[in-house]
Design a protein around this ligand. Sequence first.
Ligand SMILES: Nc1ncnc2c1ncn2[C@@H]1O[C@H](COP(=O)(O)OP(=O)(O)OP(=O)(O)O)[C@@H](O)[C@H]1O
Ligand SMILES: [Mg+2]
Length: 499
Amino acid sequence: MPQGAPVLELHGITKSFGGVEALRGVDFALRAGEIHGLVGENGAGKSTLMKIIAGTHADFSGRFMLDGCETRFRSSRDAIGAGIAMVHQELSVAPDLSVAENVFLGTQPIGRLGLVQWRRMTREAGEQLARLGVDIDPRQRMGDLPIGLQQLVEITRVLFSGARIVILDEPTSALSPPEVERLFGVLRRLRQEGRSMVFISHFIDDILRVSDVVTVFRNGRKVAEMPAASTDKGQLIHAMIGRGGGELEESYTHDIVLPRPTAEPPVLRVARLALGRSLRDVSLDVRPGEVLGVYGFMGSGQLDLARVLFGKLKPERGELAVGGRTVRLRSTASARRAGIAYVPESRRSMLFHQEPIYKNVSISILDRISSVLLRPSRERAIAQRQVQQLQIRPPRVELDLGMLSGGNQQKVGLAKWLTYPPKVLILCEPTRGMDVGAKTDVANIIRELRSRGLAIIVLSTEPETVLSLADRIVVLKRGMVVREFVDETVSKDRLLQVA
Ligand SMILES: Nc1ncnc2c1ncn2[C@@H]1O[C@H](COP(=O)(O)OP(=O)(O)OP(=O)(O)O)[C@@H](O)[C@H]1O
Ligand SMILES: [Mg+2]
C-alpha cells in the first residue's frame, strides 16, 4: 500500500446533465505511485468523474485540488498541461492517420526546420509499441487495424506521453490475456517511477490483481474505498450492486459442463471457408436453439469469420448454407435476406448517438416492415418494453442515445433484435464493457432468444463471455478451428491452453 501524499484530491463533486444527477458529493483521492481501481455498475458515474479530472467536463461543483492547491481545468488541454492523460472508454483515435501519428498525436517531434521528423517519429512509435509487446508497422493506417490493436495504440500514446497521472477507462475490453499481462507490467513499472494511475474495469479479477486501492461507485455516489489486498470479488460485487455477489459471480471460475447437442439439423452450416491468412479451412455449424461460442485471441480470424458470415467479406473458397439451402454471400443485404443478423464489435457504427433511444431500437425494424408505417407512439411502446426488459438506465426512451453510459448504449444495440428475431444472430463481444449485473441481463436475453429457436453465434476474445453463454465452443487459432468443445467439461484454463 503506497504511502505517498495525494497528488489529486476531489471533495464533494456533484455533476448533473440536465435533470440527471451523475455524481453526488463524491470524494476521491489519488496518491503518487498508486494504481487506483475504480468499479461500479454501468451508469454509476465512473467515466463522468474521470472526465472531470481530465478536464473534459468543466462544469461541476465541488473542490478540485492538485498537489494541494485548488485548481479548475477549463479544458482537456489544461489537464494535459498539468500532466494528466486519459484513455477514453470510446476510442478516440484518428483513423486516417498512421499508427505513428496516433502515438504522437499533438506531440509530433519537430526538427530544426519546423518539420515533423517522420523517421524519428516512426522509430520511436515502434519502440513504444514494442514495450507493450505490440508488433505492428507504425506506418500502417490506424483505421485498418482491428479495434483491439487500435486500443493498444491509444494506450501506448497515453502511457508514454510522460503524464504523471494516467487514467485508463476500460482499457482492456478488447485485449487478449497476454496483452493484458503486458499492460499490467507497464503499469507496475510506471508505479515504480512514482506515477499515479486510475484503472476502470468490469473485470473484477483484473482490478484486484493490479490495483493498490479500489473505489466503488453506485448510483453517482462513492460507496466504498478499500485496499485491494483486504477485499475480495464477492465483497466488491456486493458493494457495487447492493445485493449478494455470490449468485452473480460468474460461474466460469469453476468448470463448465456443456450440454449434449440436440439432434436437430443445423440452421447455418459453413464448410471449408478460406480467406488469405485469416481463415484457413474453417467449417462449423449451429443448430436452432443453440449458442455456439467462437473463442480465440485477437487476430485469430474471428473478426473475418463474422464478416464473411454476414456477407461483408467475400471468402476465396467455401460454402455457406442456411436452412439447408446454399446461400451465395455477395452482400450484407443477401445475408440479411437469408435471415442472418449481425451485431459488430464496434457498436458505435450501428448506433445513432444524436437520436433518441426509441429510434435506435426501431431502426432495424423499419427495414423489415418498411411497408408498414410505424407510428411514433407505437415505436415508443415497443422500445419501452425492450428498455424495461433489458433494464436500460435511465429507462426513458426519448433520451438521446449519447446521454447513456457506455454499457447502457450496448444494451440498446441488442434491444432491437428482441422484437423481430432473425434466424441466425451473430454477436461480436456482446457483453464487452458491461458490469456484472448487465452481463447477467444480456445472458438472460440471449437465453430467451435461444429458447425461441434462434441459432446464435457468439464471438469473443474473452473466455468468460464464451463460457457463460455458449452451449458448444470452437476455438480459432491462426485462422483454423483447433478444437471443439462439445458435451464435456471445460474451463477458462482449458480454453487458454488451446488458443
Ligand atoms: N453527456 C451526457 N449527457 C447526459 N447524461 C450523461 C452524459 N454522460 C453521462 N451521462 C449520464 O451520467 C450517468 C453516469 O454515466 P457514466 O458514463 O459516468 O457511467 P459509467 O460508470 O462510466 O458507466 P459504464 O460502466 O457504462 O461506462 C449516467 O446516468 C449517464 O446516462
Ligand atoms: Mg464509463
